[in-house]
Design a protein around this ligand. Structure first.
Ligand SMILES: C[S@@+](CC[C@H](N)C(=O)[O-])C[C@H]1O[C@@H](n2cnc3c(N)ncnc32)[C@H](O)[C@@H]1O
Length: 249
């Protein structure tokens, strides 16, 4: 039986790693590191650096090329085929190394906007596999901590969504608070900014961390400029934000 560990590593700070996470890394006999070549946003280098920083004698690190995603036949179908191709690649790497305790380092936590668990399910159809998940600090927790704010208003719900969802469907009726992730286009621009408050963060947990907050009409321009500059400077960016529409009521 192969024991596959999916280890949540937090959002870029070694301080985010839990003791359980470090122990699982140390226990692995192979750490799989997916790479997209020149793409800095794949964070392959950062994952390798993390292993060297926290482990006295890291297990072999298997850096492997990620298959390309092709959504020309439709988004859902393209993603399904892509996940199949990634699962086949994992299987190949695990078999090639004869690993019995392989591990993957999952950005943030594996449960949140991440396909690692879906891919692991596919691998389990091909290999005898026991799956172990070690939770990590999410970008949402890192955002709230950095701004020193609670995620929810008293006894109120919060919706976690994507930039595309708010561009395509606007502000959902049922909630007053949104967390927006996976937003390469500052989709808050598609909303009526009046009465909205934003807490924005980029590179959370990392040396480059940037935070901006305030009434959206006052800070939107500043966020747009700061984001564009930081993206140009680093070659990539990850950002997340919390929006509230009743703070001013
Ligand atoms: C594919 S999702 C992965 C989320 C991850 N599993 C988690 O638990 O946070 C990537 C999105 O998470 C957010 N994110 C992840 N790391 C971040 C960071 N260090 N700073 C700001 N946002 C981050 C961004 O919205 C990014 O588009």
């Amino acid at each position: 039986m192969i024991e596959l560990a999916l280890i949540g590593i937090g959002t870029g700070s070694t301080g985010h790693l839990t003791r359980e996470g470090v122990a699982a890394m140390a226990d692995a006999d192979l750490i799989l590191i997916p790479s997209k070549g020149e793409d800095k946003a794949d964070l392959a280098a950062l994952r390798q650096a993390l292993c060297r920083q926290v482990l006295v004698s890291p297990p072999p690190l298997a850096v492997f090329d990620m298959p390309a995603r092709d959504v020309s036949d439709g988004y859902r179908q393209g993603v399904e085929a892509w996940h199949d191709a990634i699962a086949a690649r994992w299987e190949q790497v695990i078999r090639a190394h004869g690993a019995i305790r392989p591990a993957l380092l999952v950005w943030g936590d594996p449960s949140l906007y991440d396909s690692t668990l879906r891919i692991a399910e596919r691998v389990a159809r091909r290999l005898p596999l026991n799956l172990r998940v070690i939770p990590g600090i999410t970008a949402i927790q890192a955002l709230c901590a950095a701004h020193a704010i609670p995620l929810n208003a008293v006894a109120a719900p919060v919706l976690i969504t994507t930039g595309r969802q708010i561009r395509d469907h606007g502000w959902p009726e049922t909630v007053d608070r949104l967390v927006v992730m996976l937003d390469g286009e500052c989709s808050f621009q598609s909303l009526d900014a009046q009465g909205l408050h934003i807490w924005w963060g980029a590179f959370l947990g990392m040396r480059e961390q940037i935070l901006i907050s305030g009434p959206l009409p006052e800070v939107a321009g500043h966020i747009l400029e700061t984001r564009a500059r930081a993206r140009a400077e680093h070659g990539w960016i990850m950002d997340v934000y919390l929006l509230d529409r009743c703070r001013s009521r």
